[in-house]
Design a protein around this ligand. Structure first.
Ligand code: TZP
Ligand code: MG
Length: 208
């Protein structure tokens, strides 16, 4: 994958869209210029089974229409079934070696929090890593404590050219800290979901 694909990485599931239809939030974000999208269906009442598949297919086709890579969080079977462009996994999800067999030419993203996890992901064949939470987040109840940008800086020094995205509590106001620390982009839920001007928010993330 290109490092530039990570510039504005929008993540969303139905629970993140307050009073708006999730598909219209996604289409608005795509129009605004997000560069990659991850479907992350979590929470108390997540879509499941056929409903989830139908929603995922609709997201997939919107992303295709806008030429934006479509990534599925965690759910390897769903990603394969709907021919997603890639999968994103955390440290407690399916191991990368197992995924790569099924995702030969697709994007694999891994969340990492320290040097050991980073090395393992890169050597195991990840296409990009997500590092966070950088700042305090309200979108992931089980998130680790905010880590700031120290490890992100170390990760960039270790791997000068590897695709890295920062995540967690990132807004147009603090994004510069993440980019200056060496990230190729910012991964966000609430900053885009809750924005009342998504086009402006995305342009701000792009430094415009
Ligand atoms: N992983 C680490 S923080 C986080 C995830 C999925 C949530 C990011 O959401 P927000 O609203 O951009 O802080
Ligand atoms: Mg996970």
């Amino acid at each position: 994958m290109n490092r530039t694909d990570l510039a504005v990485y929008f993540i969303m599931g139905t629970e993140n869209c307050n009073n708006e239809s999730p598909l219209s939030v996604l289409e608005d974000a795509l129009k605004a210029g997000i560069t990659i999208f991850q479907l992350r269906e979590k929470g108390n009442e997540p879509l499941m089974g056929k409903e989830l598949e139908q929603f995922a297919r609709a997201c997939r086709s919107l992303c295709k229409q806008y030429g934006v890579p479509f990534i599925v969080n965690d759910d390897v079977d769903l990603a394969l079934k709907i021919d997603a462009d890639g999968i994103h996994v955390g440290q407690d999800d399916t191991p990368i070696e197992e995924i790569r067999e099924k995702f030969q030419h697709k994007i694999i993203g891994v969340s990492v929090h320290n040097k050991e996890e980073m090395v393992k992901a890169v050597e195991g064949g990840a296409d990009y890593v997500g590092i966070g939470p950088i700042f305090e987040t309200k979108s992931k109840p089980d998130a680790k404590k905010p880590a700031g940008v120290d490890f992100l800086k170390d990760a960039r020094k270790m791997y000068p050219n590897f695709p890295i995205v920062g995540i967690g509590g990132i807004t147009p106001f603090n994004a510069h800290m993440v980019l200056e620390a060496g990230a190729d982009g910012v991964a966000v839920i609430s900053a885009i979901c809750n924005s009342n001007n998504r086009s402006q928010t995305v342009q701000q993330f792009k430094g415009k």
